[in-house]
Design a protein around this ligand. Sequence first.
Ligand SMILES: *[C@@H]1O[C@H](CO)[C@@H](O)[C@H](O)[C@H]1NC(C)=O
Length: 273
Amino acid sequence: MADKCQIYLLGLIIFCSLLTGTSGVVNVFCSDGVNVTLPCSDAPPDCTLTHWMHYKDSKSNGVELFHEGIKQMDHKRVSLGSYCSLNIYKTTIEDHGLYTCRQLIDATDVQVYLHFLHVSLSSTQTEIKAGRSVTLSCQLYLYDGYDCESFLHKYRFQMIWVNESDVNLQSDSRYQISSSTKHCNSSLTTTLLNEDNNRELRCQIIKGTEVKTSDRYTVKYSADSETVSGLLLRVIIFIVEFAVLTAPTVILLLIICERRSEKKRNNSQHLNN
Ligand SMILES: *[C@@H]1O[C@H](CO)[C@@H](O)[C@H](O)[C@H]1NC(C)=O
């Protein structure tokens, strides 16, 4: 009887470790300035034994964020959430990498990979205005141990460009999109039209219809030339207005002065006579 119990127990342990083994790796995506929660799956509600580590890449030593439930050092943007999850506020590119959660009791690590998506304007661009062509670049930063191509393929993640109404721009002939899954990069080129001012172009990581994360670029036309001509126009209007308003007064003053000097001349003529 005792033997049977032991076998059942052993089976249960193997079954459980298989379960945690398959659910052991979690992929979370973020972009600049968002809040994310990294789960520590199967954690007890009490987090006094929770350890959270962050590894920026496979070569660097980990940084301990929480030790037995207590925050280490000055990690201002992290906190413990429910079930010992890790909340990160206002994520930056510095936050991507591998996070591990460990409850001392069973000492199995939960591995959470945080991937960072970033859209940037191609650096050769100097002026953003109608008629100009712009190129945006969307980069997904993965943990360095990950091969991007097989990662995207394995989890069926897709990198796409959409507009502010979530319409996929892939088949829109206005936009030339070229993706390199090998480098986890996608670029979008378009020639700007007048109506593109304030237009949002978003790069997203999706799985099916679910948006995992999104970063955006908002087209803002440089107002420089507009302000200069606007300022010039205002100066001209001011001068004209000033002239129109002051002209009658000036004319009146001129008339008065003229009359006075005329009177003076007359007076002096009288005196001379
Ligand atoms: C992130 O969390 C902070 C603090 O709870 C909150 O003030 C802020 O609005 C959140 N930001 C986003 C983008 O949800």
